[in-house]
Ligand binder design. Structure first.
Ligand code: GLY
Length: 401
């Protein structure tokens, strides 16, 4: 590690501290590191728009996926970080770099809309919606509403769910009839659109999808299936499926984190008490599964012989989900303490890469099934949710979602 690129690190062991005490000492140095890395990363993204999803060596810019590729769900983790940086520092540089990408975001949903999938929510909540909330510029509102319209076009009325992957006209593929737990995080774009323009159809698609997820992907014990398959023609429920966890019946930690946060955000918009209760149950189960290491294994139901690799990104997302839950249920002391333990741990040298020349922040994210090429990688989504969690600690306020 080069000395001249080092940023000062938090001192001492976080495990020795009372997790319910006031602000964690790890927060400010970790946030300063986020700002520093974001300063470099956002310029590189604006110079050459791409997805930058993940990297074993932390160099996201070598990731071979273009901005307009159908599988790109990650570009906005960089813009989201830049907008958090701008909100916090007021430095115009961050906003200018993010604004350079506006024509690309516009083109993606006006001219490349057939090559998009359900993660338009991730992409446009952390770009156009966030920019509109921060600047009030109507062009961003227009692009965000267009993205919401394209996303709502993925709603399958027969089965009452948002189709996750693949072009909508492709009916003969494995992806037809498939919905996944991650999609809960795409619902805020739809709720926001209804609130903006008064058209209930976006909100109806969101609540129906959340209800379907509740019925088919959330288990009674507070764990989740990754995916669920419907007959694409009739909408008949066929059964659970898995693409990301260890197995169909396992409990993929990142999926659980998406669901905790997604249901908490849905409650914030729809005020349906079932969403709040679901998020709480999922969060309690998640926390009950943590061991002394504080960071979840990538799947909570691994066979004993499997190495329980940790997924730092699942922890970062879960912290944000719990922070959102605590806005609605501030008395949940156990969840608050667990979130602070996770956050402190993520800010330790084991997880946080203090080398400012490395684009990646958080080590040890598990991509895909945890056994393939994305083992112990840096993931742009983990970095974003870490920065969001830190921001919430510094200045509690509304997230971009
Ligand atoms: N598709 C989101 C994830 O891999 O967590």
């Amino acid at each position: 590690m080069k000395r001249d690129t080092m940023i000062s690190q938090p001192k001492g062991s976080s495990e020795l501290r009372d997790p319910t005490a006031c602000r964690l000492p790890e927060v400010e140095p970790a946030f300063a590191l986020c700002i520093e890395k974001t300063r470099r990363n956002i310029r590189r993204l604006a110079d050459e728009p791409k997805s930058g999803a993940w990297a074993v060596d932390g160099n996201y810019f070598a990731f071979p996926e273009g901005f307009y590729d159908i599988s790109n769900w990650t570009s906005s983790f960089f813009t989201g970080m830049a907008l958090l940086a701008w909100r916090q520092t007021g430095e115009g540089f961050f906003l200018q770099q993010v604004q350079r990408l506006a024509p690309h975001y516009r083109l993606k949903v006006y001219e490349h809309e057939r090559d998009t999938m359900h993660d338009l929510g991730f992409l446009y909540s952390l770009y156009s919606v966030a920019l509109f909330k921060l600047t009030g510029e109507s062009a961003h509102r227009q692009t965000a509403l267009r993205a919401a319209t394209v996303l709502a076009g993925r709603f399958e009325t027969q089965g009452q769910y948002l189709r996750a992957w693949g072009r909508m006209e492709e009916q003969g593929t494995d992806y037809a009839g498939l919905t996944i737990i991650d999609s809960m995080m795409n619902l805020p774009l739809l709720f926001w659109a209804s609130d903006q323009c008064g058209d209930r159809r976006y909100r109806d698609a969101a609540t129906r999808h959340a209800d379907t997820t509740l019925r088919h992907l959330v288990r009674a014990d507070g764990s989740v299936f990754h995916a669920y398959r419907f007959d694409p023609r009739t909408g008949q429920a066929l059964g659970p499926n898995n693409y990301c966890g260890y197995s169909v019946d396992s409990h993929w930690a990142r999926g659980a984190a998406w669901a905790i946060y997604g249901f908490a955000l849905s409650y914030g918009y729809a005020r349906d008490p079932r969403y709040l209760e679901t998020s709480l149950n999922l969060a309690r189960k998640f926390v009950a599964n943590l061991d002394a290491a504080a960071i979840p294994a990538w799947d909570f139901k691994l066979p004993p012989a499997r190495n329980p690799l940790r997924d730092s990104s699942a922890a970062a997302i879960a912290v944000c989900g719990i922070q959102e839950l605590l806005r609605h249920q501030p008395a949940e002391a156990g969840l608050r303490a667990a979130a602070r333990r996770m956050l402190a741990r993520l800010c330790s040298q084991e997880y946080l890469d203090f080398d400012a020349s490395c684009p990646g922040l958080l080590r040890q994210a598990q991509v895909g099934d945890g056994a393939g090429r994305g083992r112990n990688a840096y993931a742009s989504w983990g970095d974003y949710f870490l920065m969001e969690a830190l921001t919430n600690e510094l200045v509690p306020g509304q997230p971009f979602w």
